[in-house]
Design a protein around this ligand. Structure first.
Ligand code: SF4
Length: 264
């Protein structure tokens, strides 16, 4: 899905100093709080995530950068499974901004009625399709400043699209990553953006391509919000969370990639 332009973005990114992976127009941000982990410990954490899931994938179904963008916009305050259920039929008939616009707000609304805030989201999907056609030649831009100008697109959505569709080393901080950053003391922060900056500063470049997915999956299936499943955790010996219940790491074995997810 990478576009020729994304290569240029990558070059610019690689010229940025550590912790400034967000483009030349980035505004100065508050300094992140120090991680409780040494560089060697951070490296080991992500090495183990890599062994466990060599090719992690996002769980939102999509067929191109546009449908990814729409799926992420729809996923605000909704589960990935719920979004997938609605978008399977929607993306069959509308996988480009032009087709989405032709479908119209009422029909988009019919498809996504099971998703929370569907009325507003249907409006945004049509408005963002219109903006992509009029301002970006019908293409999804690979630039954060341009993405966040689109209706319904915030920093987190832009980071997901930049990472998944264009391979940029961004960190989209959702509820799971925010919790892990703080619970483990990996990248403490009061706001998602502080956690984002902290993680960008400490995660080695070689792991940045998949770091976002590894952390989400770790938070969703192991280091869960209410009760972390420490006996199933491959980094239990390194973890410095107050809540952890064991120092013995789970066996480090590759697990099968997840298939399409549906609500039980
Ligand atoms: S040991 Fe427990 S608290 Fe620490 S990362 Fe693993 S699941 Fe989370």
């Amino acid at each position: 899905m990478a576009s020729p332009k994304s290569k240029n973005s990558q070059t610019v990114k690689n010229e940025l100093p550590p912790g400034r992976r967000d483009g030349a127009n980035a505004k100065p941000r508050p300094r992140p709080v120090r991680s409780r982990y040494s560089p060697a410990e951070v490296h080991e954490i992500f090495r183990r995530f890599l062994v466990k899931r060599p090719e992690p994938r996002g769980e939102l179904e999509h067929v191109n950068a546009f449908t990814l963008l729409v799926a992420v916009v729809l996923s605000a305050q909704a589960t990935d499974a719920g979004v997938n259920k609605a978008t399977r039929a929607l993306f069959k008939v509308a996988d480009t901004p032009q087709k989405m616009l032709a479908l119209g707000e009422a029909k988009v609304g019919d498809h996504i009625r099971t998703i929370g805030l569907w009325r507003n989201k249907a409006k945004n999907v049509i408005a963002l399709s219109q903006a992509l056609i009029s301002d970006h030649g019908g293409e999804v831009p690979d630039d954060r400043d341009q993405l966040v100008e689109l209706p319904g697109v915030g920093r987190k959505t832009a980071n997901v699209v930049l990472n998944m569709a264009f391979g940029q080393h961004t960190m989209a901080v959702d509820t799971h990553i925010f919790r892990i950053g703080n619970r483990l003391g990996l990248a403490p922060g009061k706001t998602p953006e502080q956690v984002e900056q902290g993680l960008l500063r400490i995660i080695p470049d070689e792991y940045m391509r998949h770091a976002h997915h590894w952390l989400i999956l770790h938070g969703r299936y192991v280091c869960k919000a209410r009760k972390p499943d420490c006996p199933a955790c491959v980094i239990a010996d390194i973890c410095k969370a107050e809540e952890k219940t064991t120092n013995v790491p789970a066996p480090l074995v590759e697990i099968a990639p997840l298939g399409p997810i549906d609500e039980a």
